[in-house]
Design a protein around this ligand. Structure first.
Ligand SMILES: *[C@@H]1O[C@H](CO)[C@@H](O)[C@H](O)[C@H]1NC(C)=O
Ligand SMILES: *[C@@H]1O[C@H](CO)[C@@H](O)[C@H](O)[C@H]1NC(C)=O
Ligand SMILES: *[C@@H]1O[C@H](CO)[C@@H](O)[C@H](O)[C@H]1NC(C)=O
Ligand SMILES: *[C@@H]1O[C@H](CO)[C@@H](O)[C@H](O)[C@H]1NC(C)=O
Ligand SMILES: *[C@@H]1O[C@H](CO)[C@@H](O)[C@H](O)[C@H]1NC(C)=O
Ligand SMILES: *[C@@H]1O[C@H](CO)[C@@H](O)[C@H](O)[C@H]1NC(C)=O
Ligand SMILES: *[C@@H]1O[C@H](CO)[C@@H](O)[C@H](O)[C@H]1NC(C)=O
Length: 507
């Protein structure tokens, strides 16, 4: 018969999603057999769920009653059919919040590769209630029902499995994000990393979501052309992965769909700076929507329909070519062209701005900055505000609220929604200056500032000012030295582009 087993990602030391959702336990077995799933704590039976194995999928699935955070528990599954009677058990299971981390190499980078690695790796004893899991790198032409392979089964964190190698496991952003969250939550956190370097968003997207955005199927003949694109744009010391559409969705995400999750964090976009870049403002929101639908349905409605989705806005790097084309556009498109999240297109989203965390000396190439602590810290602030509803928490930097042209004095007043802290740097604000139906970008130096308002000099523009943009380059500033931050939280103002339609003076 078909052998009786749990899904590949149900094993000792796992974290199951806590209340108010119910955790899903599932696996494979012999069609028609009865499966009894029992949750125990020592000698105590906490609950029993009975189901049977369905054909033709040969799978069984139960939803546990919602459980408070804590543990450890044992989960037993017993299959009986006629005289056959097989029992499986996993132990040291905790209930807490389960986060899935995905993306490309900046998500894949391990704790071994970040700044202060030795210190970060030695610091695991206090975090034994955070459990980690890493999906193996696999691609598939069709949606898989279960993971084909696992790099790191559910484990307690150790310096060995957190710093296993370069670009292997465990994801540093994922780990550090979970660790900051744990410091606040003080209950178990489960972290699943499923990421692969050098991969475009299309590889992580289902056919459904690509269709929404009119993304054409990649033709085989384009393969070579795209390979050339890659070598042009990505430093030679970088990692590369599959670029075919949907192959990582199929093998590394879809198999997880039955699991109850708290949310997802995502760090991807570098591989789209020269591939379907202008569609990223559709493909990213579409991926979020599709993952939300899929996980909600797969978990029998237990994973929230609009679960929180956090992401890291691209950091910076030193381009091989002189062209800056790509990064500013992707950063903007990561917000669906709103400049910040959550927004109408991206409800329940949160973002860590990282453009000021550059690292020109990174041994992994400047595209892989080593300060992942700040990335994860900013990300966890977003999670606390958006996913956990913490009130009165500053989780993002200043956002532009109003632009006033003071034409008579050759100035522009930019009002932010927060108190600002400004450090001088020219050429980071630019105005689109138009005359004779021609527009060009000119630097707009900072003149003065007050608590909320930054005054820019626009006197170099003899015509009309049609737009204003901020930090619209691949490498906008040196490490933690962008011009505009929140006055006390050290959160940077995100990059933006704004079109000025009302040319009346003073508006
Ligand atoms: C299966 O075996 C277990 C002991 O391993 C026993 O407690 C249980 O009653 C058996 N179930 C059936 C249906 O035979
Ligand atoms: C999810 O559970 C269903 C049973 O409800 C099963 O058929 C399927 O194989 C499971 N896995 C995936 C990836 O859908
Ligand atoms: C990881 O990369 C660094 C920098 O290139 C190198 O010194 C180190 O030996 C690598 N570690 C492993 C385990 O490959
Ligand atoms: C996405 O960005 C492109 C290029 O900037 C633009 O032409 C398009 O209108 C945008 N689409 C959406 C849905 O915002
Ligand atoms: C590395 O450790 C030093 C000393 O504790 C600290 O000042 C610095 O902020 C740390 N770097 C990062 C990126 O966390
Ligand atoms: C919000 O936090 C600030 C300081 O961070 C504090 O001054 C203020 O009283 C708080 N407001 C509320 C409503 O808690
Ligand atoms: C413009 O901003 C400056 C501070 O940078 C402020 O002193 C001035 O009053 C503002 N002007 C207007 C018209 O709001």
């Amino acid at each position: 018969g078909i052998y009786f087993r749990f899904a590949s990602y149900i094993n000792n030391y796992m974290v199951l999603q806590k209340e108010p959702a119910g955790a899903v336990i599932w696996g494979f077995g012999t069609p028609g057999a009865t499966v009894v799933v029992t949750l125990c704590q020592g000698q105590d039976i906490i609950m029993k769920k009975v189901t049977n194995v369905k054909a033709p999928s040969n799978s069984w699935i139960v939803v546990l009653d919602p459980m408070k955070a804590g543990g450890p528990y044992e989960v037993m599954a017993q299959q009986t059919l006629g005289t056959m009677n097989v029992t499986l058990e996993v132990h040291d299971v905790l209930f807490g919040d389960v986060w899935l981390c995905s993306g490309q190499s900046n998500m894949q980078m391990t704790v071994l590769q970040v700044f202060n690695a030795t210190q970060e790796l030695s610091n695991t004893a206090a975090y034994q209630s955070i459990r980690i899991f890493s999906v193996a790198l696999r691609q598939a032409g069709q949606e898989l029902e279960d993971l084909d392979a696992v790099d790191l089964p559910w484990s307690k964190p150790t310096s060995e499995n957190l710093g296993h190698g370069n670009f292997t496991y465990m994801s540093a952003v994922c780990w550090l994000f979970g660790r900051y969250l744990y410091d606040t939550l003080q209950y178990p956190v489960g972290l699943i990393s499923s990421s692969w370097g050098g991969t475009p968003i299309e590889a992580w997207s289902s056919g459904r979501s690509l269709k929404v955005c009119g993304v054409l199927k990649r033709r085989k003949s384009m393969k070579e052309e795209c390979k050339r694109d890659v070598s042009w744009s990505i430093p030679p010391d970088s990692v590369t992965g599959p670029r075919e559409h949907s192959v990582l969705w199929n093998a590394m995400i879809h198999p997880l769909q039955n699991m109850t999750l708290k949310g997802v964090v995502w760090y991807q976009g570098e591989s789209n700076m020269d591939y379907n870049r202008d569609l990223y403002n559709c493909t990213f929101p579409a991926l979020i929507e599709d993952w939300r639908q899929t996980f909600h349905r797969g978990s029998q409605g237990q994973t929230e329909r609009f679960f929180p989705f956090g992401f890291v806005q691209l950091s910076s790097y030193l381009p091989v070519s002189m062209s800056d084309y790509g990064f500013p556009e992707i950063r903007w498109h990561q917000t669906a062209d709103f400049g910040s999240v959550p927004n109408l297109m991206m409800p329940g989203a949160f973002m860590a701005v990282a453009m000021d965390l550059c690292d020109r000396d990174s041994p992994f190439g400047s595209i892989h900055p080593r300060d992942k602590q700040t990335v994860a810290y900013r990300l966890h602030l977003g999670a606390r505000a958006v996913a956990y509803g913490e009130k009165n928490l500053t989780f993002q930097g200043p956002l532009p609220k109003k632009i006033e042209l003071l034409t008579s004095s050759g100035l522009l007043n930019l009002t932010y929604d927060q108190q600002i802290q400004v450090q001088g740097q020219d050429n980071i604000f630019e105005i689109s200056c138009c005359s004779d139906h021609q527009c060009k970008w000119l630097p707009s130096p900072m003149n003065t500032f007050s608590i909320h308002i930054l005054t820019l000099d626009i006197s170099s523009c003899p015509g009309t000012v049609a737009a204003l943009r901020y930090a619209w380059t691949t490498w906008p500033c040196e490490y933690k030295k962008c011009p505009v931050y929140h006055s006390s939280s050290t959160l940077p103002a995100p990059p933006f582009i704004a079109f000025i339609t009302d040319q009346a003076p003073g508006h």
